[in-house]
Design a protein around this ligand. Structure first.
Ligand code: PLP
Length: 399
């Protein structure tokens, strides 16, 4: 019989896989399924950025580079951190990788020993807990609530810190809630962290540019006392619609960055040269396209919020960022479909919407928040409108 390593027993495939499989099989059966479960923008990568990738191929930039990224890319990343975040990193304090995902994973792998704890506010991005377990650590989940805007509360953070705490992960704008931490809310957390010098801070800023309201706050800039032990993670996937290019980057203390670089050098080496060149164009180029994207996304967010308001059993507050509405669907749990099936959980609600409305969403349990649905509005606006109408109609047929 095949034998897998024990570490494989602590992790599973992405919890969204089941929904994606059903979406695929409904589509192949000829149904017009709208997938509002996907965490990526529908916009094409801006042409000037894509052209820089094409030029890199033509220029023969097709060989190994420094593991942590080309000098050009590191300079563009350093300039971005300084310009947009008032953070000053040296080249040896910067690393580029195959997506923010690889960097987050390597940061955990480089630092966690058995029994080490990592504090994650829930709802959370699905990959954090499994990455932590793969690296031998223990995720410590701290709940946030809708009534507190899905923002981690200082008392909850204080209560979760133990002598074993190695990291605290902060993700704003947040996946799956769209919550944006105000500078004041962030400062209340960094004030606590200052008093715990052994705790590292991971700022997952991947949705930084996708905001409709409020300033952006990142811990290392807000609290200079934390600069030396904060890993600031970002990337081009979300803000520039470049998920497939696989470029993420991080700024942090040199000891940590060099450990992450060693892991990368023995696993994947440098991220794709073509993508690195495109990322330079993204980080140094004109951001003119973004205002239009934000305005399209704001309209779509409002379409989803109108749908939620018009659908008995769904409730949500307007999110300030990312491209998700995280709706409370507990009002639908316990109701029965026309065929008499009782919806017993958020997974059942998501399954019902998929089968009955042909709309894919992700159940909140996947993010550590049962009784909710994550609705990603990263699809064409007219298609979104149609999907929303189908959700409202399908919910209206529940008894
Ligand atoms: N962090 C969060 C919160 C995310 O939602 C994602 C993508 O879904 C990532 C990190 C990883 O992004 P990438 O690896 O594409 O840079």
């Amino acid at each position: 019989a095949p034998r897998l390593a024990p570490r494989m027993s602590s992790v599973g495939a992405s919890p969204t896989a089941e929904i994606s499989n059903k979406v695929r099989s409904l589509k192949s059966a000829g149904h017009a399924v709208v997938n509002l479960g996907e965490g990526e923008l529908d916009f094409p990568t801006p042409p000037a950025i894509a052209d820089a990738g094409i030029a890199a191929i033509r220029n023969g930039e097709t060989k190994y580079t420094a593991v942590s990224g080309t000098a050009d890319l590191k300079a563009a990343i350093a300039a971005k951190f300084l310009r947009e975040n008032q953070l000053s990193y040296e080249p040896r304090e910067i690393i580029a990788g195959a997506g923010a995902k690889q960097l987050i994973f390597n940061a955990f792998l480089a630092t966690l020993s058995p029994g080490d704890e990592v504090i994650i506010p829930a709802p959370y991005w699905v990959s954090y807990p499994d990455m932590i377990r793969l690296a031998g650590g223990e995720p410590v989940i701290v709940e946030t609530t809708r009534s507190e805007g899905w923002v981690l509360q200082p008392d909850a953070l204080r209560a979760a810190i133990t002598p074993k705490t190695r990291w605290v992960v902060l993700n704003s704008p947040n996946n799956p809630t769209g919550a944006v931490y105000s500078p004041e809310a962030m400062k209340r957390l960094t004030d606590i962290l200052v008093a715990h010098p052994d705790v590292l801070v991971m700022a997952d800023d991947i949705y930084e540019h996708l905001r409709f309201a409020g300033p952006f706050a990142t811990p290392a800039a807000l609290e200079p006392a934390l600069f030396d032990r904060t890993l600031t993670i970002n990337g081009v996937s979300k803000g520039y619609s470049m998920t497939g290019w696989r470029i993420g980057y991080a700024g942090g203390p040199a000891w940590l960055i060099s450990a992450m670089e060693i892991l990368q050098s023995q696993s994947t080496s440098n991220p794709s040269t073509i993508s690195q060149a495109a990322a330079v164009a993204a980080l140094t180029g004109d951001l003119g396209f973004m205002a239009e994207w934000i305005s399209i996304l704001r309209d779509r967010r409002d379409i989803v919020m109108d749908m939620v308001a018009a659908t008995p059993g769904l409730e949500a507050d307007t999110p300030d960022g990312a491209f998700y509405v995280f709706a409370d669907c507990s009002g639908l749990i316990g109701s029965a479909t026309a065929s008499g099936k009782v919806l017993g959980s958020d997974l059942d609600v998501a399954g019902y919407l998929l089968e009955e409305a042909h709309v894919g969403t992700v159940h909140g349990s996947a993010f550590g928040a049962p009784g909710h649905l994550r609705i990603a509005y990263a699809v064409d606006t007219d298609v979104l409108r149609e999907a929303c109408a189908r959700i409202t109609a399908a919910c209206g047929r529940l008894r």
